[in-house]
Write a protein that binds this ligand. Structure first.
Ligand code: CUA
Length: 147
């Protein structure tokens, strides 16, 4: 084998190993909650907010042109939310900047991420994938307040 071929293969392998350990380090070392891809056995047709207990919520979100089905999601401070996200048409984004939440809404796929909202406030949700002429209007918000 040519020595440059050998080096290229070696460097590519090294790079893959670095990416792999970066994922492990971020998930376990830094406890960053990585988005998860759920098998298609957990399906839902429309956006729904489910209260599991006083501080645990489950949001099933179906993104479509150009909304998330609900504009405002209201929860009390200290709530943990499991976000399950899918799309009924094209690929959309789902980003909550302040919480480091950034997922893609993909038709036929459910993505999941968990976030905890300790402090009262308004957390904007934006679509960060270009999804058509109404893309810039595709927003929502999470309102954290005592009710
Ligand atoms: Cu949905 Cu951009």
């Amino acid at each position: 084998m040519d020595k440059y071929e050998f080096r290229t293969i070696g460097l590519s392998g090294l790079l893959l190993a670095v990416f792999f350990f970066a994922i492990l380090y971020n998930s376990y070392g830094r406890k960053i909650n990585m988005p998860t891809c759920i098998p298609a056995d957990r399906t839902f047709q429309r956006t729904e907010v489910k209260k599991i207990d006083d501080h645990l919520y489950e949001f099933d979100i179906v993104a479509r042109m150009w909304s998330y089905g609900l504009y405002e999601f209201v929860i009390p401070p200290g709530s943990t939310v499991d976000f399950y996200l899918t799309s009924s048409d094209v690929v959309h984004g789902f980003e909550i900047n302040e919480k480091g939440v950034n997922m893609m809404a993909i038709p036929g796929v459910v993505n999941k991420i968990t976030a905890t909202f300790e402090n009262p406030g308004v957390y904007p949700i934006v679509c960060n994938e270009f999804c058509g002429v109404g893309h810039q209007n595709m927003t929502g918000r999470i309102v954290v307040k005592q009710d």
